[in-house]
Design a binder for this molecule. Structure first.
Ligand code: AMP
Ligand code: GLY
Length: 424
């Protein structure tokens, strides 16, 4: 079979690495890909949001399945455009992708489907939003409705901060059209975890729990990033609790989407917070998390292509989805300065040595291959990922790999997995 993966991050390298192991694959393409995907697949120079070019390539190369890595092409309607040509897409249609593309849509669906989430109100009018902030207790959380590259959520401790945030989003258009509508919700406190499921429109197969590290610096300090590391399982959501959690936060959404005439196909990702009053869904994503994908796929025991095809064919209930009992942990090595400004073009050395000597798998994110060398081309550069019999062993193995890899300036967190280890 001929497969096209859309995207260019560490997640997409992990997807390509895992799909390349399937005996059913004859050609594997990644658009646009990176230095790592070039090692296991053929990179195609098409941007992830260029739907016409993606569809044309898919027809020209007689692609059997398109796998969407990031949310943007799905929110723009990639699955719908492919469906018009009769090509299956692993990822939801544009209507269902609003679960990630519109915070107001997601919250309204959660309320209608009975999923526990922070109490909220939606505002299109700046003066009404101000009036609400002036009368409600603080803290609160203000979310730009649309996609804002992970930056559209502000936890406001004071009324002044909340009013300033409303001005930025609704008057000064800091997030463009994404901020014309806002969700204002109660601020919750608790540990977070990521909970993902493969979905075929009516049934789902749960993945083990995982946890991301969004802050740039150790101890969850510093600015938020796309994710500085991840591990699975996350002890805050043990295996024994997963089935009930699936019934609480995955099944009602699948039922709601199916009843709306848009059965959800692909990955439904619930961002959970474990509050003293019980678990709450902070957000849904409609794709693998990056970097959660890297440890999760290291643990997936079996053929990812067979699972993805079953999702597009509605046969997931008859398809085995098995996981290795070990823990997996991914340390992101970023360019110094990330998530603010950072240099590019530095040469990366030691990847092959780290893989050979420590058994880690190095998923590349912001890299490009040039003349046999691997160069930095983005903020998050590598995801050094290891399996271990325990979380501590996976962590130790991943950091051994990190020590053998070099580029300058480089920054990584030294405490990936510490919350999970602290719970043991
Ligand atoms: P979201 O994109 O909705 O997941 O928000 C990004 C991050 O903002 C989450 O991972 C949380 O750390 C934080 N967050 C979102 N909603 C809330 C909330 N209601 N209370 C506290 N923190 C929140
Ligand atoms: N790691 C969080 C996300 O992919 O949204």
């Amino acid at each position: 079979m001929r497969i096209l993966i859309v995207g260019s991050g560490g997640r997409e390298h992990a997807l390509a690495w895992k799909l390349a192991q399937s005996p059913h694959i004859t050609r594997l393409f990644v658009a646009p890909g990176n230095g790592g995907t070039a090692r296991v697949a053929e990179n195609v120079d098409i941007a992830d949001a260029d739907l016409p070019a993606l569809v044309a390539f898919t027809l020209r190369k007689k692609i059997d399945l398109v796998v969407a890595g990031p949310e943007l092409p799905l929110v723009l309607g990639l699955a719908d455009a492919l469906a018009q040509e009769g090509i299956p897409c692993f990822g939801p249609d544009a209507f269902a992708a609003q679960l990630e593309g519109s915070k107001a849509f997601a919250k309204t669906v959660m309320r209608a489907a009975g999923v526990p989430t922070a109490d909220f109100m939606v505002f299109d009018d700046h003066l009404q939003a101000r009036a609400h902030v002036l009368e409600r207790p603080m803290p609160c959380v203000i979310k730009a409705d649309g996609l804002a590259a992970g930056k559209g959520v502000v936890v406001c401790k004071t009324r002044e901060e909340a009013l300033e945030t409303l001005d930025e989003m609704m008057l000064r258009d800091v997030f463009g059209a994404a901020g014309e509508r806002v969700v204002i919700e109660d601020a919750l406190v608790g540990e977070e975890a990521s909970f993902l499921a493969f979905c075929d429109g009516t049934s789902f197969a749960l993945m083990p729990s995982s946890q991301d590290h969004k802050a740039a610096l150790d101890g969850d300090l510093g600015p938020n990033t796309g994710g500085m590391g991840a591990y699975s399982p996350a002890p805050v959501l043990p295996e024994a609790d997963c089935a009930a959690m699936g019934d609480l936060v995955i099944r009602p959404i699948l039922d709601y989407m199916a009843a709306s005439g848009h059965p959800f196909v692909g990955i439904l990702y619930a961002g959970l917070m474990f509050t003293p009053a019980g678990p709450r869904v902070l957000e849904y994503n409609v794709r693998f998390g990056d970097p959660e994908c890297q440890p999760l796929l290291m643990r997936l025991d079996g053929d990812l292509l067979e699972i993805m095809l079953a999702c597009t064919r509605g046969t997931l209930a008859q398809t085995p989805v098995r996981w290795k009992p070990q823990s997996a942990l991914c340390v992101v090595m970023a360019a110094g300065g990330y998530p603010k400004s950072y240099p590019k073009g530095m040469e990366i050395t030691g990847i092959d040595r780290a893989e050979a000597e420590t058994g880690v798998t190095v998923f590349q994110a912001g890299t490009r291959a040039q003349d046999g060398r691997t160069l930095c081309s983005g903020g998050r550069v590598l995801g050094v990922t290891a399996l271990g019999d325990t979380l501590a062993q996976a962590r130790d193995a991943a950091y051994k790999g990190v020590e053998l890899i070099h580029f300058d300036p480089c920054h990584y967190r030294r405490d990936i997995g510490s919350k999970g280890l602290g719970r043991r």
